[in-house]
Each structure stands twice: as C-alpha cells, then as structure tokens.
Design a protein. Structure first.
Length: 146
C-alpha cells in the first residue's frame, strides 16, 4: 500500500537528482488516484529561471497529464514547505492536498502568507521531516565551506 512516506521518498529522490545537477535539493511529486502523475526537482540554475521551483514544474506537468488546470483531486508531496510564489500557484491550481517534509522558517508561505492556499486545500507538514531537513542543511553547509 502506498502512503505519505512512500510518496515523500519519491519526492526526496527528485530532490537528490536536482542536487546532483547543482540545484537546491527540493523535489516534488503530484499524485492522483494513488499514482504519480508528475515529478520535478528544482531547476532554477539549469533554466536560469527564478520561478523554476520543483512545485511549479510539477504543477505544470500534472496539469498537462490531466489535460486541465485544476488539481482538486491531487496531492502534492514536496520535501520543503512551499514558498509564497508556489503557494499562490497551488491555490490557483486548487490542489486538494499538500504534504511537505521540512518547514522553511525563512521563506515558507506560513511566514508571509498563511492564507495563500485555496480554502479547500488540506496541508500536512513534517512527513519525513528529519530526512528532508538534513538534505537541505548538508547542501548549504557544503556550499558555505567552498
């Protein structure tokens, strides 16, 4: 049986892929009817685009897969709490559920815009939080030591 931990592990795999390409290690998957319909990792460096966050890319891929812009029956799994930009996009997509790993105390949507999400969206934070947070912490420690 697939559960939140299973899908978060898939998002972590995307984050590690992004990291291997020189990106901040954030990964996302979109799940609909217990199937992954979109996968993405950050690509801001690769695409030279500040909007190329894992969530944004996953939203676009999921909408293309479903053939429509609304993701009401979908769950986004993301390794780090979405930023305000991503929360806004998730609101417009009317995502049904968001599951994230680690909180982002500096740039997470909860810091700036607690009401940014669609009113019907449910949120669960802290799934595999330690693994998600450690990936980010190690990434930035390595970056600072260079």
């Amino acid at each position: 049986m697939f559960d939140d931990n299973y899908f978060m592990k898939q998002a972590l795999a995307e984050a590690k892929k992004a990291q291997s390409q020189g990106e901040i290690p954030i990964g996302a998957v979109v799940v609909c009817q217990n199937q992954i319909i979109a996968r993405a990792g950050n690509q801001t460096e690769t695409l030279n685009d500040v909007t190329a966050h894992a969530e944004m890319l996953a939203i676009t891929a999921a909408a293309n897969t479903l053939g429509g812009k609304y993701l009401t029956e979908c769950t986004l799994y993301v390794t780090v709490e979405p930023c305000v930009m991503c929360a806004g996009a998730l609101s417009w997509a009317q995502i049904g559920r968001i599951v994230f790993g680690a909180r982002d105390e500096k740039r997470g949507y909860h810091v700036f815009a607690t009401n940014a999400l669609h009113p019907k969206t449910t949120v669960l934070g802290g799934v595999m939080e330690t693994e998600c947070a450690e990936l980010m912490t190690r990434f930035f420690q390595n970056k600072r030591s260079k």
